[in-house]
Ligand binder design. Sequence first.
Ligand code: ADP
Ligand code: MG
Length: 696
Amino acid sequence: MIGRPVALIPLFSQLESLPNVGPRITKSFTQISVERPRDLIYHFPYTVIDRSHCDTIRYAKTNQVVTVLVTVLNHRSPANKRATYRIDVEDAEKKFQVVFFNSNQDYLKRILPIGEQRIISGKLEEFNGLRQIVHPDYIEMVENSGKIPKLEPVYHLTEGISQKLIHKIQRALLEKLPNLPEWISPEKKSTEGWMDWKSAVEIAHTPRQIHEIKLEFPARTRLAYDELFAHQLTLALVRKYRSRSKGRITEGTGKLQKCIIKNLPFDLTQDQIKAISEITTDMARPLKMNRMLQGDVGSGKTIVAFMALLSSVEAGGQGVLMAPTEVLAYQHYQSLKPYAKSVSIALEILTGHDSGKKRANKLKKLLNGEIDILVGTHSVFQQDVTFCDLRLAIVDEQHKFGVSQRLSLRKKGNATDVLVMTATPIPRSLALSHYGDLDISMLKEKPAGRKKIKTAMISFSRITEIIERLRNAIQGGKQCYWVCPLLEESEKVELISAIERYNKLCNIFDEKVVGLVHGQMLPAEKNQAFLKFQNGETKLLVSTTVIEVGVNVPNASIMIIERAENFGLAQLHQLRGRVGRGNTQSSCLLLYKSPLSDLAYQRLDTLRKTIDGFRIAETDLRLRGAGDLIGMVQAGIPKFRIADPRVQLDLMEHAQIDARKLIKKDPKLESPRGQAARTLLYLFSQEEVIHLLSVG
Ligand code: ADP
Ligand code: MG
């Protein structure tokens, strides 16, 4: 099948092909992204108006829509034609008024003749203590009461389009709705009890009960599933025809790994074991690995990364581990050095610091294969950095690296496997929708023996008390981070506020024990400041948010965050993760400026109640909406029209599994179900991905 399926052609024609639609209305529709009949199909009512009949308005609430049989009592035609026109009516129990503005008197007398009965439907209002309906939506003779829908769908509108008009257009469209072949697997369809696409669309537009417009009503769920399935099919196809690019088989002997594991001062968690196995299995495949390792701060990603790097060394190749900052690169280097030494492999570090002879020497060794594992910053992207046989590239804290950098790293090796690690917990719903083409390993479980971090919300007005407590803690040998407000105005203001705080704290505590780091410092200065904190020379480290990523000072057990309400939840969680790494009880103080908004309170409260990064990320997503989530997923956020991945996670998951299954069984989408899936892809305008089928 080439091109769009015939059945879909009318759905992708001009809107003007529909009755009642001309150029003006077409233009109006574009305001709500409705450009073709197909878009109109997916423009579902968002609510319904209950127009079932009642005997009297007596018990109805103001602003409620009522449908009631009335007798017309009297017309109070005003002297001034422009003035309000009131008509007294009476239902079974109560008198009220029907009100018109700027209306033609003869017309009103005709539609509401005195002494006769009519069924009227409209919103009940109150004016000067009198109940009234202004411009009823319906006025019908008793025998025509069927013309008033019991449950009327309500659509989002735009200027120039009324509910009545959109109803008319939708009705015409529904009459011509084609039958489409079924793309959902028969098993799924029958377990869920779903109806065909066509029936589902019809039901979605003509709900018979209020709950039928809810996402969990079968017709809506089915349509949401279609959307998720189309999305996951797209990802699965991209994944299939991209990762087709041949990789290399990197199969370690397991010797070095075993040796390290035997001598670890701790047992690996089940999640770590699983992740290591997933990664090494993937590396042993003849396809390029494209995997993400997700684990909350402190979940122990480094050792997992190291095991993967060992695999490439065992297989006779090299590996590289990249960190976003020099501080972190050094930290990785230092923590891995003893391990590397214990199994006699060559570990080196390359940063912007290296220059001249020293650098040249390292590069030479790298090219010769005398370096097995390289740890570095973005400096390893430089042109002249060449490996002898790079098999695995690991990028830590991936969101700080751009995609292009990741790709250029891939080019350094011959079909190098890539593993990206991130400590930013990505809610599963987002991970599935954004990284569906990436395989994911997760470390959910924290290593044993971690102490809980006590988290408290404290108003900034209690600063004196906080300082006193801090003084005691420092005297007791504890160390503390003090994070200054994230300010919207500018980085400069932020910097000034950090310096101010630093100066104030220097006046309170001994100047020698207070350190400062901020973004404007040179890397060397920053390193110096961290080092002093790390070796305990300074006790209190004042900073802007530069400490967010990865820094590890186990003795630091207090985290104070000023104006916590300004930070994103994920960011606060990251910051808090800087403490609680040692044996002492740690605490995190979220200082806020009163009064807190409800939303801000809820957010901070979430943080106070849980340390589960994934839960926090899910809440963040729920409270703020996907669009706003942690600066990391700026690009390519799919906007779903029907589905809501935040609450339809299971559905998304199932769609992913089923999409992958289908592509595996029928990679060219040629079987009857495969053909149907193509129809679905066209329906969701994914024709680009269909081209992949002919190229691949
Ligand atoms: P992150 O995932 O934040 O990068 P790290 O890899 O830096 O975490 O690990 C944090 C600390 O936990 C390190 O000191 C590491 O040695 C330790 N660690 C890692 N795995 C375990 C484990 N299974 N049991 C106990 N401690 C562990
Ligand atoms: Mg880390």
